[in-house]
Design a protein around this ligand. Structure first.
Ligand code: NAP
Length: 544
């Protein structure tokens, strides 16, 4: 069983015990008492009492500055702290010491061995030695020699390596180390790329992973909190066969997709976990990372949501790997969903346009084919507009693209107004400058610009509502923005009696379609919606 350990910087015995009690309440299995910041006024003999009274079994560590800790004193002083903790009547389950210190100083090594006793004695059976190595800058070139040295040290019960991940690919090396372990092992990646190694430690049989009590108390870069690990990333449900999904983008930290998809897995009992997967913008990064993740069979990487700047890269990648691409995604030139089929083949699709299409048709109470001949105004000519223009024109709607940069609207219109031999029913696509939207008369208006998005919540692409002569009960106004949910544009439209659709509808529908592609189950849309609304209410309360 892989344990969940909470590191606690010990500044006083009472504070550390209170933190340990909190860790126990949060469901942690272990605490790591970090003695490297111990103030001089704390008497050493109180350390035994700290370990004895801890509500959870403990690891005791006095980390050196050279390996990311705070201890700068003498080895004798360090040994005295470890000695005090080790000789508690209920000693710690592990002490953690850096391999470098163990190897470099014969006196420290001998003193530590004698503290632990011969490998088979009673104390050694109670307290195990973790030999560790940390690199906060990069992957150490001699990583495997260090692991071998740890494996060969007779007193070493657990090998621990932690390094700063240079990309998501470093996580795979952590998984390989765990798969090939000779003794209980901890292999973790630090920094913004390292989260998978922390969440999936359990999938690969690590001895433990670390999580902080809250984000301010993380002791290493990229360390999640216990709540994130347990509630968001489904720690208790992760096992060797858990399927792995994620959102690929750059950046991805803001994405709400992990929140909804992980909750969906929990709600449906699907054995999956969904992670943020940051990949730098260039195609070579995308290709190398996604290939390596797909090529480790024990990872069970089964699919991903793909967002800016990788939607075009996904198409190219799936094409190069001989996979299948949804025809309209090919025509749009961008896909947002990767699915690995049971035979290992790849499928790329675009659930964005279908989400927008179904949101509008449901609001109008019509089937998509009934869009034929309807006038649709799309405001904006970027990536979101592109997918929406393609989807509505494909179903026969006549689309006008209104954009600040007229040339961009014209280029997009030219692409999708080309006669499409496979679809003679496709609607016309034309272009106009943004202000001209005030002279328009359409059944559907879709805002695909960020105008009105937080923090510019008082803005709207419609500056003169009185000139919107066709707005009324039969008109649908759809704002793709979801932060805030009720944008100024939607308030204007409601005041004019229009039907309105917030951007959350598009987000929920594209996520639900992805969920079904991956799991072959209906997505729990009500669960998705509740989580999304709660999150947005917390994040975008007025004045925030
Ligand atoms: P994008 O590719 O950067 O395109 C942005 C478009 O907005 C461009 O046409 C740009 O005009 C226009 N624009 C930007 N700032 C403007 C301003 N101040 N005044 C007038 N026009 C402005 O972005 P995107 O990926 O298409 O995303 C657009 C919006 O769609 C986002 O803000 C997001 O809220 C929304 N979205 C929602 C979902 C969802 O699930 N609900 C999904 C995707 C996107 P120029 O060509 O003149 O620069």
């Amino acid at each position: 069983m892989t344990l969940l350990a909470v590191p606690i910087m010990v500044k006083s015995v009472d504070q550390a015990l209170a933190a340990a009690a909190q860790a126990a309440e949060h469901g942690a299995d272990l605490v790591e008492f970090r003695l490297d910041r111990l103030p001089p006024e704390v008497p050493l003999d109180s350390l035994g009492s700290l370990v004895e009274r801890s509500p959870l079994p403990s690891i005791v560590t006095c980390r050196l500055q050279s390996e990311g800790g705070h201890f700068a004193g003498s080895e004798d002083c360090r040994l005295a702290r470890l000695h005090a903790a080790l000789h508690a009547s209920r000693p710690p389950v592990y002490i953690d010491v850096e391999l470098a210190a163990y190897e470099q100083s014969a006196s420290f090594h001998q003193a530590l061995d004698s503290l632990l006793g011969p490998p088979a004695n009673e104390l050694a059976n109670t307290t195990g030695l973790i030999l560790s190595y940390h690199d906060f800058k990069s992957r150490p070139p001699d990583l495997y020699q260090r692991l071998e040295a740890m494996a060969a040290a007779p007193h070493c019960r657990v090998a621990k390596v932690a390094w700063h991940a240079r990309s998501l690919r470093d996580n795979l090396e952590a998984f390989e180390i765990l798969l090939r372990r000779q003794k209980p092992t901890i292999a973790l990646c630090m920094g913004p790329f390292g989260l998978p190694s922390r969440v999936l430690a359990k999938k690969f049989g690590a001895l433990l992973t670390f999580a902080s009590l809250d984000n301010d108390q993380a002791t290493a870069p990229g360390q999640p909190s216990v709540t994130e690990l347990k509630k968001l990333f489904r720690w208790d449900a992760v096992g060797p066969d858990t399927r792995v999904y994620g959102v690929i983008g750059y950046p991805v930290g803001h994405s709400l997709s992990p929140l909804v998809h992980n909750a969906g897995f929990t709600h449906t009992g699907f054995d999956g976990v969904y992670l943020p997967l940051p990949i730098p913008p260039e195609y070579e990064h995308f290709k190398a990372t996604v290939s390596s993740w797909l090529d480790l069979p024990q990872l069970h990487f089964q699919g991903a949501s793909v967002t800016i700047p990788h939607k075009e890269n996904l198409l190219r990648f799936v094409r190069e790997r001989g996979g299948e691409i949804e025809p309209l995604a090919e025509r749009i030139g961008a896909a947002n969903t990767l699915c690995v089929r049971p035979d290992g083949s790849l499928y790329a699709s675009n659930t964005d346009y279908a989400a927008a299409l179904s949101a509008v048709c449901d609001r109008l109470g019509i089937a998509p084919d009934a869009l034929a001949g309807q006038q649709v105004a799309v405001i904006g000519a970027g990536g979101a507009a592109r997918a929406i223009v393609a989807g509505f024109a494909q179903h026969g709607a006549n689309v006008t693209i209104y954009n600040r940069t007229l040339q961009r609207a014209e280029d997009l219109a030219a692409e999708f107004s080309n006669p499409c031999p496979q679809n003679p029913r496709a609607g016309k696509v034309t272009a106009a400058s943004l202000e001209k939207v005030h002279d328009s008369c359409c059944q559907v208006y879709i805002n695909c610009t960020p105008i009105g998005m937080h923090p510019n919540v008082h803005d709207s692409p419609i500056t003169e509502t009185s000139s919107m002569r066709c707005w009324g009960p039969g008109t649908v106004v759809f704002d793709t923005i979801y932060n805030p949910v009720h944008t100024r544009l939607l308030r204007q439209a409601r005041a004019a009696g229009c039907l309105t659709i917030p951007g959350t509808e598009m987000f929920l529908r594209q996520a639900a379609a992805q969920f079904t592609l991956w799991t072959s189950q209906d997505a729990p849309v009500a669960v998705f919606q509740r989580l999304l609304m709660d999150h947005l209410a917390e994040s975008f309360t007025p004045g925030s």
